[in-house]
Ligand binder design. Structure first.
Ligand SMILES: *Cc1c(COP(=O)(O)O)cnc(C)c1O
Length: 348
């Protein structure tokens, strides 16, 4: 990406902002024991009576080690949803700029575009659920600030071909945001290792899926130091609370357990696919690199209702483009999966 210049992308008002800094920021690193009477906190211990570290240093250091990046390449948020919203607010001028998304995909990109009054140019995936690179690049104009690629994609489950992603990275001078919420379930390599080669690359990940921490809300943005500095200017100072930082750190340190759980989930995914393959009303099982499987059936709404009657809630994706009569099954525990398998057999 030759003619990439972050200064042409960032909103003018954001370019002029200074990051918020608290008195705590300035003195925390000196190492001497200070008495903090600066923030009107209650001095009595509750474990959470102090404001959290606005830069989440311990957690970032651990993530940096795990992912082989620098802490300066990381921004953390209240779930990926906040991270994605910060990207919109830093780079897209309301009523003027646009982004490109590739349905069928994660619904939040469109929601955030609408909230921020940003035009969302939707370029459908091909019938094999790959980005239509030619159409995407044709839809780009001077106001196109970001292209969202979700890989592995939700709800289709596939990862995009490296070739297609590279073509977009190399031919688009705005930000290419690759949402890797499901990367830990995939055998494909993360795009994180390409951060140094593409200044326009932004990778988002989350603790909500493979890390099993949807309840604490922790989203991660990896990008160039320049991009992270811009996002830091606009993030709410205490956007990741103390309890989240503590729980996330403990979990990130426990990679053995996480890997074991991922292995179990992938095994259960295999079991589900085997049974689905035998079910008469199943017409197609799409390849999955994630912790869910998209399946084409005879009548998605009917089958969805039948499973509800058996106490099992899945996701009916039939209204999504290219997803007519599809259902999305999240992989549960072995016990949950067994109940699902029984229910499917009973419907067969
Ligand atoms: C589940 C999911 C997320 C996670 O969002 P959080 O706000 O981090 O919980 C992000 N992107 C995609 C595509 C998802 O499916």
């Amino acid at each position: 990406m030759e003619n990439f210049n972050i200064n042409n992308l960032v909103r003018p008002n954001v370019k002029d902002l200074k990051p918020y800094s608290s008195a705590r920021d300035e003195y925390q690193s000196t190492g001497t024991e200070m008495i903090f009477l600066d923030a009107n906190e209650n001095p009595f211990q509750t474990d959470v009576n102090r404001y959290p570290d606005p830069q989440q240093r311990s957690l970032k250091a651990e993530l940096a080690k795990l992912k082989s990046v620098n802490s300066a390449n990381i921004l953390l948020g209240n779930g990926s949803d906040e991270v994605l919203d910060l990207l919109f607010r830093a780079f897209c001028e309301p009523g003027m700029d646009n982004v490109i998304t590739l349905p069928p995909t994660y619904g939040m990109y469109k929601v955030l575009a609408n909230i921020n009054n940003i035009e969302n140019r939707e370029i459908l995936l091909t019938t094999s659920f790959e980005p239509d690179v030619e159409k995407i690049l044709k839809a780009v104009d001077v106001n196109t600030k970001m292209i969202f690629l979700c890989s592995p994609n939700n709800p289709t489950g596939n990862s995009f071909s490296e070739e297609n992603v590279l073509q977009i990275l190399e031919n688009f001078s705005g930000l290419v945001v690759i949402d890797e919420a499901y990367i830990d379930f995939s055998e494909k390599e993360s795009w994180l290792s390409k951060l140094g080669s593409y200044p326009n690359l932004v990778v988002t990940q989350t603790l909500s899926k493979a890390y099993g921490m949807a309840g604490i809300r922790l989203g991660i943005c990896y990008a160039s130091e320049e991009i992270i500095q811009i996002l830091n200017k606009i993030k709410p100072p205490y956007n990741v609370n103390e309890l989240t930082q503590q729980r996330a750190l403990l979990r990130v340190l426990d990679s053995v357990k996480i890997n074991a759980e991922v292995t179990d989930i992938l095994k259960e995914r295999g079991e589900l696919i085997k049974v689905l393959d035998e079910v008469d009303f199943v017409e197609k099982i799409y390849h999955s690199d994630a912790n869910f499987v998209l399946v084409k059936v005879d009548d998605a709404t009917l089958r969805y209702e039948e499973l509800i009657k058996q106490g099992i809630v899945i996701r009916n994706r039939t209204t999504q483009p290219l997803c007519e009569n599809t259902l999305r099954f999240t992989i549960g525990t072995k016990a949950e999966n067994e109940k699902l398998l029984q229910a499917l057999k009973a419907l067969n």
